[in-house]
Structure formats: C-alpha cells, structure tokens
Design a protein around this ligand. Structure first.
Ligand SMILES: *Cc1c(COP(=O)(O)O)cnc(C)c1O
Length: 381
C-alpha cells in the first residue's frame, strides 16, 4: 500500500469538503436548489477574480475559455499579439491562427518573462493589433509575465489585454478591475483544486463592447448568451452540476482563509521550494521572474529528468512534472498551488533529494529540506 502525493502543476489535490459534496446524489440543474448554489458560486468567483463583472462558468478544460475568448472577441483577419514564451503562449497563437486571425508573435526565451517595452514597441508599430494574448504564469516554463505593466500599456489603446490566469488566479494578487485586465480566465484543476472540467472567464466592459462586433463563428462558447443566463442564476446549457457543487465548497474555503492569506501562503511555498532547490545546488529555470505556482529547476548533468520524474511517481509515490519540448528530460517542475501546504512542500523536497541521490547526483540529504524549513517556519512565527 503506497500513499501518493500529487505535486504537479495540475491537476492538483482536491480538498475533502469538495470531494464529499461532489459525491452526493445528482440533482436537477433547472431547480431553485441548484440556482441558489449557482448564484452563490458566481458571487464568490467574482471576489476571487477581483472583479465586479460576471465570471462565466464553462463546462470545458481551461483551453475552452482560451478558444472562447478568441471566438467571442475577434473577427477573421483581426490582428493580435501572442506572447510566446512557452507551450501555453504558443497555444494562444495557434488558436488565433486556427480562426484566421493575423498573429504577431513575440518570442521569449523559455525561462524568461516578456519585456513590457517590447510589447509597447510592437503595439506602437502595429496600431491595428486588437488584443494582447498572454499568460500571467506560463506553467511550462515556470515564469510570471508582468501583467500589471502590460495593462498600463493596453489601457488607453484600442486593444484588449487577454490573460490566461490558469495558474495565477487564486494563487497571486492579480486584481482584474484595478489593473485594467480585459479578459481573465482560469480552469478548475489547478488553483481551484477541483477535478478538470470547468473553465472560468471574466470580461471587462471594454471587452464586452468589442465582443459586440465579433463575427467569428460561435455556438457552444457564446459569452453573451452565458451572461444573459447568469442574470437568471443559470447557464445556457447543462452545467457540470457536480463540479459546480464542488466549486462552491472550494470557494467557501477560499473565503474562510481570505485571499491575502492564500497569496501569502503560495508565495511562502514558492520561496521555500526555490530556496530548497538552490541549497541542493540546482539551477532555477526562471530565477528572474519565477511563477507563483510552480518552480522549475534543471536536473544535474548526467541525470535523466524524465526517468527521475517517473521514479519519483512510481517508486516514491510523489508526482511532479518534467519538461516539455527542448526541456524534456532536462528540468523538473514542482507545484505549489491549490490544496498544498507546508508539509506537502517538505515532502516533495525530501522526495527530490532521495531521487537525485538514487540517480547518482552529488546531493546531501536534508540540505534542501533544511532550507525550505527556514522559510516555511515563518508561518508559525
Ligand atoms: C494547464 C494550463 C492550460 C491548459 O488548460 P487545460 O485545462 O489543459 O485546457 C492553459 N494555460 C495554462 C497557463 C495552464 O497552466
């Protein structure tokens, strides 16, 4: 009998209250009972997105909200700018191209954040660009992009800032309305600590205005239609009833904890993880602008990162993530978002130490754990 720990950047562990609520017998969605749950859930979601706008709940993985943001805001031939600093930035551009948009790319080295000045220059030179597509946290390269600065650039232009916040909303302080983000989206299986299957998206007034002129084909992901239904405490199509019931439980936990406290915790877990990896002599993938949700480190020369991840999962029982594309086998990624805390972080650091030693790396057991504990102790100070 092995106990398994899930510390990959999604899916993340699901808290007990959500699991139990989701296990209850099915209820019908067109009932006062479900409408009440839906209404409360939508209200609490607004608080987490830090917006007074509606947050639409879609039955899809996070990519559905990305695709819907393109089809609901643009028309064929429109120009957009995609910040391509990893797999998910690349996805923004690919979706846009699939719908016939003209995509300008800013290619960012994996492990670096985009320079706000480069975005400004691109927009100055191409005044027809109607949307900047970016991640707040590029999960594949463990980087955070400078969203607040980007918002100051798009704010006074005829251009929307569209932010994939799938590993950022509920992890770090990204106040949508205050900063002037036009589209902010997320998904259920990362910071929202639920099974995969829900996507969330909120639009600013500026974005809703632009959506009125969009002519790309849309049917299932029709944001205006969802907004109309939210006003009646329901959704256009059959909602993912059980997931929304679980979401309500998660949002109650968020509320009980408070956003400030949550952000402080994630920040502490992130700092502890980075300190631990550096104490082990490993090199961070994104030292300058590390993601709030996940830490990437290079494995030592001679160690096969993919085999290390597999060993940790199958033998030790701790699931983390490896690298993608050219970083395959070269890095590991350790999550610190969702339903994880101090002792999950200590567990994963200890597991990395033991696995590295097993793979012949020159590590001193306990050194990473000690560095992590120094920071994690702040919680009890
Ligand atoms: C996980 C993730 C996605 C993709 O979400 P799916 O739920 O797999 O569709 C998109 N963007 C970021 C930043 C992610 O971390």
């Amino acid at each position: 009998m092995k106990k398994n720990y899930l510390l990959a950047p999604g899916p993340t562990p699901v808290p007990e209250s959500a699991l139990l609520a989701m296990a209850k017998p099915m209820i019908h969605h067109r009932t006062p009972q479900f409408s009440q749950i839906f209404k409360e859930t939508c209200e609490m979601l607004r608080d987490v997105f830090q917006t007074k706008e509606d947050v639409l709940i879609l039955a899809s993985s996070g990519t559905g909200a990305m695709e819907g943001s393109i089809t609901n805001l643009f028309s064929a031939g429109d120009e957009v700018l995609a910040i391509n600093g990893g797999k998910f930035g690349e996805r923004w551009g690919q979706i846009s191209e699939a719908y016939g948009l003209k995509v300008h790319w800013i290619k960012v080295e994996w492990g670096d954040a985009v320079e706000a000045d480069d975005v400004k220059k691109m927009l100055d030179e191409n005044p027809n660009i109607k949307g900047v597509l970016t991640q707040a946290s590029e999960t594949s390269t463990t980087v955070q992009h400078p969203i607040k600065e980007l918002a100051t650039i798009t704010k006074d232009r005829d251009c929307l800032l569209i932010v994939d916040g799938i590993t950022a909303v509920g992890v770090a302080d990204i106040p949508m309305d205050e900063w002037g983000i036009d589209v902010l989206l997320s998904g259920s299986q990362k910071a929202f600590m639920l099974p995969p299957g829900l996507a969330f998206v909120a639009l600013s007034q500026k974005a809703w205005k632009q959506s009125e002129t969009s002519t790309l084909p849309k049917y299932y992901f029709n944001f205006a239609k969802e907004k109309k239904n939210i006003a009646k405490d329901t959704s256009a199509y059959t909602p993912a009833v059980s997931l929304i019931i679980g979401l309500r439980e998660v949002l109650l936990l968020f509320k009980e904890t408070g956003l400030k406290e949550m952000f402080a915790k994630m920040d502490r877990l992130g700092r502890a993880t980075r300190a631990a990896m550096e104490a082990l002599g490993l090199k961070l993938l994104a030292p300058k602008a590390p993601s709030f949700a996940v830490t990437g480190v290079y494995v030592p020369e001679g160690v096969d990162g993919a085999a290390l991840v597999k060993y940790m999962r199958d033998t030790i029982g701790v699931t983390i993530a490896g690298g993608q594309d050219h970083l395959k086998g070269k890095i590991i990624r350790i999550a610190h978002l969702g339903y994880v805390d101090t002792f999950d972080t200590i567990t994963v650091v200890a597991a990395v130490e033991m696995a590295l030693k097993k793979f012949g790396a020159d590590v001193q057991l306990g050194r990473g754990v000690a560095a992590a504990e120094e920071i994690l102790s702040e919680q009890y100070a």
